[in-house]
Design a protein around this ligand. Structure first.
Ligand SMILES: [Fe+2]
Ligand SMILES: [Fe+2]
Length: 361
């Protein structure tokens, strides 16, 4: 398992403003995947940073971790009007993602915030929490392993979902439900329907479309994402999400706009393009995958964390992903997989829990 000193080393990279932003993002994702109190504390410490992009990602990760220990810091960020709207938005969304109804009063209060992105986010979070109180959400119901701001609609017909998605007279929560259902259905028709949403009302709605298109990683929406990124009239929060989506789609057609806007005058757009170009390089570098397996046991062992060796601070090698949790593969337990550049790589044995084996493919 990962030691306290290793968590600390990763935390120090995250809070160190002198480190390149992509390295800090990798440290953040590693902490998110490790989880636990120390990880929450390190992530919470970075809210004093000057990068709105980094801070919004901190809040996002705290929400995805669903650790109630993060509730006080997220409330402080939501209440702090000196924080950028995008950061406050993500704090509100994270409070909804954690799923504890004790934050309902705070969220209801900020549902009237003068900053429309914050108000809409809190309205959605209130609806999500109320929905959770009435419905037992299936754990892991998102095929993308994300905790979404709204549950997917039960409808699966793309044409019907598209209609709800684009109907601005519908409640935002219902349009979000249609959005996540379209994502889960997938395929080109769903992707193109979602991409139409980039021209709908509400910056919050359009930025969420960008996020979902990034999850789908379908090349069909590259022109629409590029158009939104290139539009200086578009909100920075939307342009940011479109840049990151282009980075995760990672095809040559994404590169031109990302390079062009890596020098944008909006800091959050500039930094998003830099992080996206970094993601692009991961996706396209020669890589191999490491998978970690636990020997078979009679019943499922408790969830274990492991850390991808490529994400270690000081390592020149980037980590694509770090996984937490277990899947049964044959009689063994698959702990997770991560990708690194081809080559000899660092010593690998320690990154998996004791008694497990590492396979390279
Ligand atoms: Fe967001
Ligand atoms: Fe974002």
């Amino acid at each position: 398992m990962v030691t306290e000193q290793e968590v600390e080393a990763i935390g120090r990279t995250l809070v160190d403003a002198a480190q390149p932003l992509p390295a800090r993002f990798r440290a953040l994702f590693t902490l998110r995947n490790l989880g636990g109190r120390a990880a929450v504390e390190w992530i919470s410490r970075a809210f004093g940073d000057s990068s709105a992009l980094l801070k919004h990602e901190l809040a996002y990760c705290l929400g995805q971790m669903q650790d109630e220990a993060a509730i006080p810091v997220l409330i402080r960020v939501l209440e702090d009007t000196a924080q950028e709207p995008m950061v406050r938005h993500e704090a509100g969304e994270a409070l909804g993602a954690i799923g504890n109804p004790e934050v309902l009063d705070v969220l209801k209060r900020y549902s009237q915030d003068p900053v429309v992105e914050v108000a809409e986010t809190c309205q959605l979070a209130v609806r999500r929490l109320e929905w959770l109180q009435n419905n037992q959400e299936q754990a892991g119901s998102s095929p993308y392993r994300s905790v979404d701001p709204a549950p997917p609609s039960e409808e699966t017909d793309v044409a019907k979902l598209r209609e709800i998605l684009l109907d601005e007279s519908q409640e935002l929560f219902e349009r979000y439900r249609a959005m996540f259902a379209l994502r889960n259905v997938g395929g080109q028709a769903a992707v193109l329907a979602l991409a139409e949403g980039l021209r709908c009302g509400s910056a919050l709605f359009r930025h969420e479309i960008g996020y979902v298109l990034g999850q789908l990683q379908d090349e069909a929406c590259v022109p629409q994402l590029t158009a939104a990124l290139c539009s200086r009239a578009e909100s920075a929060m939307v342009r940011h999400e479109c840049a990151e989506a282009l980075g995760s789609i990672a095809r040559p057609g994404c590169l031109r706009a990302l390079r062009a806007f890596a020098a944008d005058e909006e800091r959050v757009v500039r930094e998003s393009c830099q992080v996206a170009l970094d993601m692009y390089e991961y996706e396209n570098g020669a890589q191999f995958q490491l998978s970690c397996y636990l020997p078979p046991q009679r019943s499922s062992p408790a969830a274990v964390s492991w850390i991808c060796p490529f994400s270690l601070p000081g390592s020149a090698l980037p980590a694509r992903s770090v996984a937490r949790g277990l899947d049964q593969v044959g009689s063994a337990w698959h702990v997770g997989a991560c990708c690194g550049p081809a080559g000899p790589g660092p010593a690998l044995g320690w990154c998996c829990p004791v008694g497990s084996s590492v396979l390279r493919s």
